[in-house]
Design a binder for this molecule. Structure first.
Ligand code: GLO
Ligand code: MG
Length: 352
């Protein structure tokens, strides 16, 4: 009871990455909006009600491939100071390994030894940036670590190489944590570590399992044909849900990054419920969003999706907190699942 009371007053901390304010380009058309400069985006966070900021390594230090390690460290430190002044918390840094021509067929799992070397160097640089910014978290979204066709890589060897990459990051700094963000496909036909189960299995094989966990994105779980709230529950069971990318996804098509709760309200309710019940956020975990606005959106309204997704989350927190637990327990004890279903739907629809 005391725990529930404490949760009632609890306020969540929200985050997103600068790429979530985008220009609307897609594989079939060029940008449809003018870019908003990074410095201007930084100023928008607090006004929109967000405290946390997520980074790719080159969001934090643009053109880092052209800079010396010392110069990268210096620029990251300067950004760390700006974040402090703005009152923003750096949530994580992720190596963007999928754009450089060297990593055209993957980084850590590339067949080319020089591509693998580049990927490991860049991952170490990401750790340096994270340390300068003041976060322990390095996220690995393994974009091109997979295959376009099965025969192109040796999958068993690829997993050895992924483990080596994780251990390299752990070995580069004693406090850094690795958060694996699983996704089953896109841009590859098949990506390695497609679900949180795969990611956590890898965590236990690493040199320091206490420093390897996961970030679960709603859309990625749906693309794997799984229920995001159950995926979250599995990670929570292992004490390894260290971040989330809440969004939504309309079935098995390209990764849509729709607004949280906009496609399947009940599925969203269940994600909030699992997070709320586990006390997610009490150890500093953030409610991260990874949402994209429509290509048709005007520049002036091109951040509405973030504010709206946050609002939908908060409204669902209220729905979770006002769900009649006594009645629910009785229906479960009676195996009256028709009654339970009616109760859930009526609650979501606001019926009396
Ligand atoms: C793409 C991923 C991507 C990552 C981001 C952080 O499908 O969701 O947006 O979350 O690059 O690593
Ligand atoms: Mg994501």
């Amino acid at each position: 009871m005391a725990r529930l009371k404490r949760q009632r007053g609890r306020r969540y901390c929200f985050s997103f990455g600068p790429w979530n304010i985008s220009e609307g380009a897609d594989p079939f058309g060029p940008p449809a909006r003018k870019p908003i400069p990074f410095a201007k985006k930084l100023k928008m966070y607090k006004k929109m009600g967000f405290d946390g900021i997520q980074f790719h390594d080159d969001d934090a230090v643009p053109d880092l491939d052209a800079l010396s390690t010392q110069a990268v460290g210096k620029r990251a430190a300067q950004l760390g100071k700006i974040l402090d002044d703005e009152g923003l918390v750096p949530e994580f840094v992720a190596p963007r390994l999928w754009e450089n021509p060297k990593t055209i067929d993957g980084g850590f799992t590339a067949n080319s030894a020089s591509a693998r070397r580049y990927a490991l160097d860049r991952a170490r640089l990401t750790v340096d940036i994270a340390v300068e910014l003041g976060t322990r978290n390095v996220v690995l979204w393994l974009a091109r670590e997979g295959t376009y066709l099965r025969e192109a890589k040796n999958a068993r060897e690829a997993h050895d190489r992924l483990l080596h990459a994780i251990n390299t990051i752990l070995g580069h700094h004693p406090e850094i944590r690795v958060l694996i963000e699983p996704k089953p496909n896109e841009p590859m036909d098949h990506a390695y570590l497609p679900t949180i189960g795969h990611a956590i299995a890898m965590a236990y094989r690493s040199d320091d399992p206490t420093r390897v966990g996961g970030l679960i994105e709603t859309a990625h779980a749906v693309l794997a044909g799984l229920d995001p709230s159950d995926e979250m529950a599995f990670a929570l069971h292992h004490g390894k849900l260290w971040s989330v990318h809440l969004n939504d996804q309309n079935g098995l098509k390209y990764d849509q990054d729709r607004n949280f709760a906009a496609v399947d309200l009940r599925r969203a309710f269940n994600q909030v419920r699992v997070l709320e019940e586990a006390g997610y956020g009490q150890d500093g975990e953030m409610i991260g969003l990874d949402v994209k606005t429509f290509r048709t959106q005007k520049l002036t309204d091109s951040t509405a999706h973030l504010v709206n997704s946050k609002r939908f989350f908060e409204l669902l927190v209220e729905k979770v907190r006002t769900f009649n637990r006594k009645k629910e327990a009785q229906l479960i004890a009676d195996c009256n699942y028709e009654g339970l279903e009616r109760m859930v739907i009526e609650h979501l629809l606001g019926a009396r």
